[in-house]
Design a binder for this molecule. Structure first.
Ligand SMILES: *Cc1c(COP(=O)(O)O)cnc(C)c1O
Length: 371
């Protein structure tokens, strides 16, 4: 208690956080700057440019919220849903379900489309649901549903939303940086992410972006956004104010250094190369797991490359396996969530951890513990 804290150097192969690149850890320990220091504003501008690269967007509204992915989720919904507005949420797992809980708290008129956990959202179901609810203002979905391991085709989902005159909102918390994502080309109107999953930085920052239609909607709302901290109109004054920036809150400068470095590493690799690396290592991991008798939950075409759910074999004490992995091998993998609790493990190979060495480490540890 009276000594400096030294955490163990765990191997983090769960659904996030994942191990952070040493260069990012170094960046975190640089001297603090004031949140309106011209040098810090310069850093924010650079982060914005790097974020646009990462999101594949030209959106002017590309910024970072000082909080985890759940803050991004709440902020997007608060800004895009006016009380009474009809919003359709595509639910195929735990995180989409969290969106519905937020919508209820902010008095949105919630419609849910239910998909089987472990499967991509079926676009035909969305089309049918919108035919029955043509007055829907916004359609929300999760790109990579981390609770189930299923990846949805959000390009098609967004197209269908637009066909019915609705805006699209995508959760790209796990996918950003690791899975192909093209905000502009796919015409996603708004999206939010986090720092500790696909971007493999430390937790606590939420990159978000809003397209022109979403920004226009927010500017013209009849009822002001019912949150001070999350009001995009105020946040843009801090992030985009021409010349002079308006104080909003004290941005965590050291965390921003880390995010800047993580985004820079991604750009140096080339984002397409990062997508490819995650995909290739996922394929290798699956075949190695199959060799030791473990099976993925999600059909091949619908799998998230950086987060794999595997079925727990009959008769295996899943908690004991995870505890043995942690205690004997210093290795963390994820448990199942919600409907899949006790049924699957979740293995993430994200960012710095998506490599052959980690695959070998994981397989050897699992082999040892499952014996
Ligand atoms: C982890 C996760 C969240 C929540 O992010 P936090 O950073 O834990 O708040 C939301 N959506 C998805 C798909 C996630 O995987």
């Amino acid at each position: 208690m009276n000594r400096t804290f030294f955490p163990m150097n765990r191997v983090l192969l769960g659904p996030g956080p994942s191990n952070v690149h040493p260069k990012v850890l170094q960046a975190l320990s640089k001297p603090a700057l004031g949140h309106l220091d011209p040098q810090f504003i310069g850093l924010m501008d650079e982060i914005k440019v790097l974020l646009k690269y990462t999101f594949k967007t030209e959106n002017e509204a590309a910024l970072v919220l000082s909080g985890p992915g759940s803050l991004g989720m709440e902020a997007c919904l608060l800004n895009l849903v006016e009380p009474g507005d009809k919003i359709l949420v595509c639910v195929g797992g735990y995180f989409a379900n969290r969106m519905t809980q937020i919508v209820e708290k902010i008095d949105g008129n919630l419609i849910t489309l239910k998909e089987t956990w472990g499967r991509a959202i079926d676009p035909n179901k969305l089309e049918d649901a919108l035919k029955q609810n043509p007055d829907t203002k916004i359609v929300a979905f999760v790109h990579a549903e981390t609770s189930t391991g299923a990846l949805s085709d959000i390009k098609t989902l967004s197209e269908i939303a637009h066909k019915f005159g609705a805006l699209s909102l995508a959760d790209v918390v796990t996918s950003l940086g690791a899975v192909e994502l093209r905000i502009d080309e796919w015409q996603i109107d708004a999206a939010y992410s986090c720092s500790q999953k696909g971007l493999a930085c430390v937790a606590g920052m939420s990159p978000i972006t809003f397209g022109p239609r979403a920004v226009e909607f927010i500017k013209k709302r009849n009822i002001p956004v019912q949150s001070w901290f999350n009001d995009l109109n105020l946040l843009l004054g801090y992030w985009n104010g021409p010349g002079k920036r308006i104080y909003h809150h004290t941005a965590p400068s050291n965390q921003f250094y880390g995010l800047h470095e993580a985004l820079l590493l991604l750009k140096e690799e080339g984002i397409e190369n990062s997508w490819k690396r995650h995909k290739e290592n996922s394929i290798k991991l699956v075949s190695r797991l199959e060799e030791i008798g473990l099976e993925p939950l999600v059909p091949e075409r619908e799998r998230i490359p950086n987060l794999l759910t595997i079925k727990i074999p009959e008769g295996v004490d899943e908690l004991k396996v995870r505890m043995d992995l942690l205690n004997k091998h210093n290795l963390e993998i994820g448990a199942g969530l919600g409907e899949l609790a006790g049924k699957v493990w979740r293995i993430g190979l994200m960012g710095y951890n998506s490599n052959e060495k980690m695959i070998n480490y994981c397989i050897n540890a699992l082999k040892d513990v499952l014996q």
